[in-house]
Design a protein around this ligand. Structure first.
Ligand code: SIN
Length: 310
C-alpha cells in the first residue's frame, strides 16, 4: 500500500555539497557550507515537481560539527518525523563527520520513517559536481516504499547509519561499511535495489541529549602507535576525562607504554573501550566489548550516549 505521507523535508547543515570555489577546476580549495539548501534543491530541476520543504539548520564545514548542533538536529528531525504528512527527512551534510552524525541519529531516533543523509566530495561549483546527483538519489531513497532508519546515500550507494565509514579522502565513492559489511542498497536511475535490511534497534530518545548549552560527557579517542607516550592520558585524567576510546593496533592490542595509564584511568572509574584502528574487521574474541565492532568514531558517540544515561 502506498504511504499517505508525501512531503519530504530537506535539512541543510553545510558541507562540500554546499561548497563554493572561485574556480570550476578547483575541487579542493573551496569553502564548505557556502550555498543555502534552497540553492542546492533549485540546482536539481528534477526536484521541482516534488513536495519538498527545505530548512537551513546549520552552515558548517562538518569538521567543525559540534554537540549542540547534533542535539538541535536530532530534535528537528524528530519533530518533522512526527508530522503525519512527512514521509521522511533528507539531510545535506559534509562527508568528514557524516558517519558520526549518522550513528548518533540512528541510535537516538531509530526512526520508522527514512532519514537519509547525503553529501558530496566536490563543491557545487565544480565542473562535474557530484552533489546534485547525490541529492536526487537521496530523495529517491527517501521516497521509496519500505525504507526506514538512518542511511547515507553517496555515489549511488546506500549505507547503514550504524556502519558507514569515510575511507577515502578524495574519490567520489568515499565510503565503505564496516566491519566487513557492504552497502544496504544501490540507487540506479532513481530505483532502489536493496541487498540487506534497513538499520533497526531501540531508540534511545532525544531526551537523552543535553539541552541548550549543557555539556556532553568528555570522551576522547587515542591511537596506539609506534613510540606511544603516556603523557596525554595522564593529562586527560587529571583534567577530568570521562571516557576513553582506544584506537588499538590490529586485533585490539595496545602499546606497552599505555598499559599503566589506561589501568589507572579504569581504577579511577573512567570507562575505556577498545576499538581497532584497522579500516576493516572487528576485534576478534572480544564480542562482549561494546567497541569491538565499531569504528573509534562511532564508539566515541556510543560511549557518550551511555554516559548520558547514567
Ligand atoms: C565537510 O565535511 O564539511 C567538508 C568535506 C566534505 O564535505 O567532503
Amino acid at each position: 500500500m502506498q504511504s499517505a505521507a508525501q512531503t519530504l523535508v530537506i535539512i541543510g547543515t553545510g558541507g562540500t555539497i554546499a561548497g563554493a570555489s572561485g574556480s570550476a577546476t578547483d575541487n579542493v580549495g573551496y569553502k564548505a557550507g557556502s550555498l543555502s539548501v534552497n540553492t542546492l534543491v533549485a540546482a536539481v530541476p528534477a526536484l521541482a515537481s516534488r513536495s519538498l520543504e527545505a530548512e537551513q539548520l546549520a552552515q558548517l564545514d562538518s569538521k567543525d560539527m559540534d554537540h549542540a548542533t547534533w542535539a538541535r538536529l536530532a530534535r528537528r528531525v524528530q519533530a518533522h518525523l512526527e508530522r503525519p504528512e512527512v514521509r521522511g527527512v533528507v539531510i545535506t551534510h559534509g562527508t568528514d563527520t557524516l558517519e558520526e552524525t549518522a550513528y548518533l541519529l540512528q541510535r537516538v531516533l531509530a526512526p520508522r520513517k527514512p532519514v537519509v543523509l547525503t553529501a558530496a566530495m566536490r563543491p557545487a561549483t565544480a565542473i562535474q559536481a557530484d552533489g546534485p546527483q547525490n541529492l536526487l538519489d537521496a530523495v529517491a531513497v527517501a521516497e521509496s516504499e519500505g525504507v526506514s532508519g538512518v542511511v547515507a546515500v553517496v555515489a549511488g550507494q546506500v549505507w547503514s547509519g550504524l556502519e558507514l565509514r569515510k575511507t577515502h579522502s578524495y574519490r567520489l565513492d568515499a565510503f565503505e561499511a564496516g566491519p566487513d559489511a557492504g552497502a544496504l542498497a544501490v540507487v540506479e536511475e532513481g530505483v532502489l535495489r536493496r541487498f540487506r535490511d534497513w538499520p533497526a534497534g531501540e531508540a534511545l530518545g532525544v531526551a537523552r541529549l543535553p539541552a541548550g548549552g549543557q555539556a556532553w560527557p568528555w570522551v576522547e579517542v587515542l591511537g596506539s602507535h609506534a613510540g606511544a607516550d603516556a603523557r596525554a592520558i595522564e593529562a586527560w585524567r587529571v583534567a577530568g576525562l570521562q571516557g576513553l576510546v582506544l584506537a588499538c593496533t590490529g586485533n585490539g592490542t595496545l602499546h606497552e607504554a599505555l598499559e599503566a595509564p589506561v589501568r589507572a584511568l579504569k581504577e579511577a572509574g573512567v570507562p575505556v573501550w577498545r576499538t581497532t584502528r584497522c579500516a576493516q574487521g572487528r576485534i576478534v574474541g572480544a564480542s562482549d566489548e561494546p567497541g569491538a565492532a565499531l569504528s573509534p568514531w562511532a564508539a566515541r558517540v556510543e560511549l557518550m550516549l551511555r554516559l548520558l544515561a547514567d
